[in-house]
Design a protein around this ligand. Structure first.
Ligand code: GAF
Length: 390
């Protein structure tokens, strides 16, 4: 059953009536361009077919009711809250995500209560952006109830920034805007090349199947969380490096300037800066290949990106490294961890004809290492947030 159908059905069972509509938003993988977003740099995500749906109906008062359908099918209802009493930190837990969005949207004139029921199949804690998916689906639902249903590209980018604010200020996780922008702005069959500083976005065609290739996602099932200290530490480290170098963000350091910049940084910050500067360059090179339809040529860039995150940014882990190394040894053209790191998922660009061999090799290697069985699936670039029905 689709996420939308599950949310619709759960809504009817909780509220004994039909929702006014169902909206949904996808998770994402980032093809390349990691930890560059909060350094004003470049990213290249695409949306997953996995979505988080929000069935919703308006209320006459200012109460927000929220329910979620767990992976076991059970419906969990949060305490209803008055949206005029929302404040960062209250409520917390999963209800903080829809509440945070309602909190931000109040500033933009959305001040009516609503009944919301969310459900979906974006794996949580897998580095595939389930948080952004719930934020964007709820934002689309609340705006849709207020009569806005077909945001154009500029409006989608603005909604993504609101969703990011909910995550940063209400939930309290200092992420960049990559995930929310991917969820709002991605288009089926394309990767989204985003210049975070200017906000300029380009939809770059990405037809891996047409080239006999596919992107295999390897979810290590090591739960990743951006709420811990690792993500914030890296973010502060790169901001400090930019300050020491006298630039607005590490985006402003070119690869040619990198050696002298590294000489001016303390030993703990230099590798962080090297990752960001080289990763931005890799994104630009990858986009150059993709614009010319040369998908296979991005393989080595994926490998270099992973090495940079493992050795310089130090956000990989044994399971991610094993996934990447095994996929490469079994014939992948390139592989890397994707998302925030510290667990979560890797992606491997492989020939369709090698898919079975890579899947078997990765599963066998995880078993031999005593790791949990990874979840494997092929990801195709899918659509961004939308109204599902009616
Ligand atoms: C997480 C964050 F939410 C993004 O903003 C981004 O920084 C990413 O990690 C790393 O590229 O997904």
């Amino acid at each position: 059953m689709t996420a939308a159908k599950t949310a619709d059905r759960a809504f009817r069972s909780v509220h004994d009536r039909a929702p006014e509509g169902v909206w949904s938003a996808p998770g994402r993988v980032n093809l390349i361009g990691e930890h560059t977003d909060y350094n004003d740099g470049f990213v290249l995500p695409f949306a997953l077919p996995h979505r988080l749906a929000c069935a919703a109906a308006p209320r006459e008062d200012t109460i927000l009711t929220m329910a979620t359908v767990g992976s076991d099918g059970r419906i969990q209802q949060a305490e209803p809250v008055d949206i005029t009493t929302l404040r960062p930190g209250f409520p917390d837990g999963w209800a903080a995500y829809p509440s945070g969005v309602a909190w931000v949207l109040r500033e933009h004139g959305i001040d009516r209560g609503a009944d919301l029921v969310v459900a979906g199949d974006v794996p949580t804690g897998a580095g595939l952006s389930s948080s952004a998916a719930i934020e964007c689906a709820v934002a689309m639902a609340l705006l849709g109830l207020a009569g806005e249903d077909s945001p154009d590209a500029a409006r989608r980018a603005e909604i993504a920034r609101w969703a990011q604010r909910a995550e940063n200020e209400f939930v309290g996780v200092p992420t960049g805007v990559l995930d929310q922008t991917a969820s709002m702005c991605c288009v089926e069959g394309h990767v989204l090349f985003l210049d975070v500083r200017s906000g300029q976005a380009e939809q770059v065609p990405f037809n891996a199947a047409g080239a006999g290739l596919c992107v295999l996602v390897i979810d290590t099932r090591v739960k990743h969380s951006l709420g811990g200290s690792g993500y914030g530490d890296r973010r502060r480290g790169t901001e400090k490096a930019a300050e020491l170098l006298g630039v607005r963000a590490l985006r402003d350091i070119t690869p040619e300037e990198l050696p002298s910049a590294l000489d001016r940084l303390p030993a703990d910050l230099a590798p962080l800066a090297r990752h960001v500067v080289t990763e931005n360059a890799r994104v630009l090179e990858a986009v150059g290949h993709l614009r010319e339809g040369r998908i296979a040529d991005i393989g080595p860039l994926l490998g270099a990106s992973h090495a940079s995150m493992r050795d310089d940014y130090r956000i990989s882990c044994a399971e991610l490294d094993l996934a990447v190394d095994t996929a490469r040894d079994a014939g992948a053209l390139g592989a890397r961890m994707t998302g925030g790191g510290f667990g979560g998922s890797a992606i491997a660009l492989i020939r369709e004809s090698d898919r079975h061999a890579v899947e078997v090799a990765v599963t066998t290697a995880f078993d031999a290492a005593g790791f949990r069985e990874p979840r494997l699936f092929v990801a195709v670039p899918s659509a961004g947030a939308a109204r599902d029905y009616p």
